[in-house]
Design a protein around this ligand. Structure first.
Ligand code: ZN
Length: 289
């Protein structure tokens, strides 16, 4: 696997970039003057260990906690390897409890994909991250502390806010705002629902989620499987998705009318990615229609 290195995002934050080979999300370390908070535990013991090893080259205040953005395997399988207390939303813990008794053999994964309780993308990535007998080592460590709605963590002159936002991707999705760094970690909350038969966004849920995100005064936005983005780029992307969501609702999922309207407000060439995203909104509209 391509070797990845911890990178400095700003004065208070270091992060290990995402790796798409086995769907490893961004892991972050946020430090104040007294303590360090880690964000997400990684998709395996190996992922968590790589992050901790990389961090050991820095002279950071004591690592005291790991916060989780949501229950999906790629964000939590590394928790056992962190050996730290963890914090999550109460729904994240509920979902993780459901994972605790599952088996992760090829046969068990394939069966769950067939039953529709797992998706082939995650099953393939789990097989790739844990080749062969390595998978016997998967153990689900449950969060130490849970919160509802919102939690503030004082790291010493740096304050983090964990806030539950939910959304289509995972109902437990939580964002982390680092106040002094004006940085908002979004987890996967802006991703579509990937567990449905067809990937989808509910236009109404997406617009409600955007409003919650708008409540944070951030300059830098970090999506777990992307690269950190400045405000201008994030706003441009979100504005386009907002236009899509609004047009899908206004024109009741009528693709041709929606495309005609959007082509008038698009300030750039309509792209294949736009087509995919619009498709997700149309799938989501059909589900709620
Ligand atoms: Zn996810």
């Amino acid at each position: 696997m391509e070797h990845q290195q911890v990178t400095r995002l700003n004065e208070h934050i270091l992060y290990l970039p995402a790796n798409h080979e086995t769907d490893r999300p961004i892991l972050a370390a946020i430090s104040g003057s007294n303590r360090t908070l880690l964000l997400d535990a990684g998709n395996s013991f190996a992922h968590a260990s790589l992050f901790l090893k990389e961090l050991s080259a820095y002279d950071l205040p004591r690592m005291e906690m790991v916060a989780l953005t949501h229950w999906h395997w790629d964000h939590i399988f590394g928790l056992a390897g962190m050996n730290l207390p963890s914090i999550s939303h109460v729904l994240t813990k509920h979902e993780m409890e459901k994972l605790a008794d599952l088996e992760w053999t090829d046969a068990a994964l394939d069966q769950r994909v067939q039953d529709g309780t797992e998706i082939s993308f995650c099953a393939e990535m789990i097989k790739k991250e844990f080749p062969g007998s390595l998978r016997n080592g998967i153990s689900i460590t449950l969060p130490t502390l849970v919160f509802e709605d919102k939690l503030e963590i004082d790291l010493g002159n740096v304050t983090c806010i964990l806030q539950h936002v939910g959304g289509d991707h995972a109902h437990d999705s939580t964002v982390l705002y680092v106040n002094e760094a004006k940085t908002l970690f979004l987890g996967d909350c802006l991703a579509p629902d990937i567990y449905a038969r067809q990937r989808n966004y509910s236009p109404d849920a997406f617009l409600a989620l955007l409003e919650k995100i708008d409540g944070f005064d951030a300059d830098t936005y970090v999506e777990s499987h992307g690269v950190p983005m400045p405000k201008s780029q994030f706003q441009q992307e979100m504005n386009e998705m907002k236009l899509m969501a609004q047009a899908v609702t206004l024109h009741r999922g009528d693709r041709d009318t929606i495309l005609a309207e959007l082509s008038g407000s698009w300030n750039r060439q309509w792209s294949p990615t736009d087509d995919v995203l619009l498709g997700y909104f149309l799938n989501g509209y059909d589900r709620t229609d």
